[in-house]
Design a protein around this ligand. Structure first.
Ligand SMILES: N[C@@H](CCC(=O)N[C@@H](CS)C(=O)NCC(=O)O)C(=O)O
Length: 211
């Protein structure tokens, strides 16, 4: 069978999560750097987003679906808990992070620094300021969620943690979120613990190229 191919931009939190998942599973893969909104990505993803995946003649889009495929198609340590309630809790956190935390922390806040779309390229202050109070609440929730065991579910890392980690990592890079992260010691500890994992060390994205 052909190698797994993961396609996207290394710095994307979702691409990083998928690469961590493949590495945790012990699955070798070819990484093909490719931006969203390109014909190559659009040929796989109907909304032209990254990551996308190819395995032989099988193609897939959406990070969670890709991670699930990797978990089920290959031998290796399970990425999701076996027990039903813990499995559902991992699903719960993936869904919630992707539909709530990612929107505020990445799409509204980080993107307003990294790709502001302002006439002079300066950060989109209005959008950042609107995101901050919502982020405060979300980070407090996440801090409480990892307080007991250091992981979102159970006492070992699951896909829920691989999915959250890139977002929490990037939040340490921007001014207001860096301070917020420092105020949430459980979440900071989570980032440190995850960052030390070989799967994360093997997939740390290079700094983004200057435009
Ligand atoms: N729900 C999707 C989200 C994918 C997504 O939003 N990817 C971003 C990069 S992190 C993207 O492709 N953005 C380009 C765009 O929306 O035009 C997933 O989990 O894969």
């Amino acid at each position: 069978m052909a190698d797994l191919e993961i396609i996207g931009v290394a710095q994307s939190n979702y691409v990083w999560a998928v690469r961590i998942a493949a590495t945790e599973k012990g699955v070798p893969y070819k990484f093909t750097p490719m931006r969203p909104n390109t014909p190559e990505v659009g040929a796989i993803h109907p909304f032209n987003k990254i990551p996308v995946m190819r395995h032989g003649d099988f193609e897939l889009f959406e990070s969670k679906a890709i991670c699930t495929y990797i978990d089920r198609a290959f031998d290796g340590p399970p990425l999701m808990p076996a027990e039903t309630k813990a499995y559902a809790q991992a699903e719960q956190w993936i869904s919630s992070v992707n539909t709530t935390v990612d929107i505020t922390c990445v799409r509204h806040y980080i993107v307003s620094y990294a790709f502001p779309g302002t006439p002079d390229g300066s950060p989109d202050r209005a959008k950042i300021d609107r995101a901050l109070p919502v982020m405060e609440k979300q980070l407090a929730v996440l801090d409480r969620a990892v307080a007991r065991t250091g992981y979102l579910v159970g006492n070992q890392a699951t896909l829920a943690d691989f999915n959250l980690f890139p977002i929490a990592f990037y939040l340490q890079r921007f001014p207001e979120s860096k301070v917020m992260m420092q105020e949430h010691k459980n979440l900071t500890g989570f980032v440190e613990r995850m960052f030390a994992r070989p799967s994360v060390q093997a997939t740390v994205p290079p700094p983004p190229k200057k435009a």
